[in-house]
Write a protein of this length. Structure first.
Length: 291
C-alpha cells in the first residue's frame, strides 16, 4: 500500500514531517530518478534519494521508536550545524544506524534543561503540533523583588507582540537575597515565551531551566550534556499523547542486570561529558589537588 513520501521519511527518522516537506519542496528528494513533489505517494520498493544519496526505507513494523532525554547546557543551539561554529545539541548524541535523531521542539541558546529527541519523525511532528498542548515546567531565577500584582498578571494573562499569553501556574521556589526561584508551567511552545512573559513585566530572568515535559522529568542524576534513553513505558506515554499506537519493542535490556548496567552507563555518560569539555568547544574545569 502506498504512503505519503514525507510521512515515510519522517518515520524513518530523517527529520520531522515539516522538515521533510521543506526538503521535498526544495527539490532535494527524488523517487526512482525523478524529482519528488509534495503529496507524492510511494510504494515499499521505491528507490529514494536525498541530495543524490540513496537511503533505505523502513516499514512501520521495522521502525523501533526510541526517545532520548538530553540535559541541554546553556550555550548550545538547537540546529544540526551552525555557520558560526557554535556547539549544537546534536554534537554529543549517540549515533543511530540508517536514521537520525529529531528534536522535539527547541530551547534557546541561553536556556538549559530537558530536551527530548526521537528516532520517529512522525512522533516529533505530532508532539510539536500547536494542537498538542503538552504541559511544560520551567525553573526560573529572577532578579529583584516581584510584587504579588505582577505574579497575578502573569497568571491571568498579558499581551505579547504575538497575542495574549499567561502561565498556567506560577509558584515561588525559594532563593537568596535578590535572586528568587519560581516554577512556572505553560502548554504553548511559542518562541522564548517564558522569557517574554517575564520581560513584559520588566523582570530580569538570570536562569531558565526546563525541568519537565508532560510527565517526563529531567533526571536529577543526569549531568549537563548527558543523555539517557527513555524506557518503553515513557515512550508509550509520549506516543499516546501524540495519538500513535504503542511501541512493543525497545533497545533497552530488561533483566536483573539492567540496574547495574544503568549505573555503568551513567558513569560512562559523565566521562563522555568531561571528555567533550576537554576535546570539544568547552574548557576543562581545574581539578582540585589533594595535599
Amino acid at each position: 500500500m502506498s504512503e505519503k513520501l514525507q510521512k515515510v521519511l519522517a518515520r524513518a527518522g530523517h527529520g520531522s514531517r515539516r522538515e521533510m516537506e521543506a526538503w521535498i519542496a526544495a527539490g532535494r528528494v527524488s523517487i526512482d530518478g525523478e524529482i519528488a513533489g509534495l503529496g507524492d505517494r510511494i510504494e515499499a520498493d521505491a528507490k529514494i534519494r536525498i541530495d543524490g544519496r540513496a537511503i533505505s526505507l523502513k516499514s512501520a513494523e521495522d521502525v523501533i521508536c526510541r526517545v532520548l532525554a538530553y540535559h541541554k547546557p546553556e550555550g548550545e543551539i538547537c540546529s544540526r550545524k551552525d555557520p558560526e561554529g557554535r556547539p549544537t545539541v546534536f554534537d554529543r548524541l549517540p549515533k543511530v544506524r540508517d536514521s537520525r535523531w529529531v528534536a522535539v521542539g527547541r530551547l534557546d541558546i541561553n536556556t538549559s534543561g530537558l530536551l527530548l529527541f526521537t528516532s520517529d519523525g512522525e512522533l516529533a511532528n505530532r508532539l510539536m503540533h500547536p494542537s498538542n498542548e503538552v504541559d511544560r515546567e520551567y525553573a526560573v531565577r529572577t532578579f529583584g523583588e516581584i510584587p504579588e500584582a505582577t505574579v497575578q498578571r502573569l497568571r491571568t494573562g498579558v499581551m505579547l507582540e504575538d497575542g495574549p499569553a499567561q502561565f498556567d501556574s506560577i509558584k515561588p521556589a525559594g532563593g537568596e537575597g535578590m535572586n528568587q526561584w519560581w516554577h512556572v508551567c505553560l502548554r504553548e511552545g511559542r518562541n522564548r515565551e517564558v522569557r517574554r512573559l517575564w520581560e513584559s513585566q520588566e523582570v530580569q530572568v538570570s536562569r531558565l531551566i526546563r525541568i519537565r515535559y508532560g510527565m517526563v522529568e529531567l533526571p536529577k542524576s543526569l549531568p549537563r550534556g548527558g543523555w539517557v534513553e527513555l524506557p518503553m513505558e515513557q515512550v508509550n506515554y509520549l506516543r499516546k499523547l501524540a495519538g500513535l499506537e504503542p511501541e512493543t519493542r525497545t533497545m533497552l535490556a530488561a533483566d536483573k542486570h539492567s540496574v547495574a548496567r544503568a549505573q555503568v552507563k551513567s558513569a560512562k555518560i559523565r566521562r563522555a561529558v568531561r571528555k567533550h569539555k576537554v576535546t570539544g568547544t568547552g574548557q576543562p574545569k581545574p581539578t582540585r589537588q589533594r595535599s
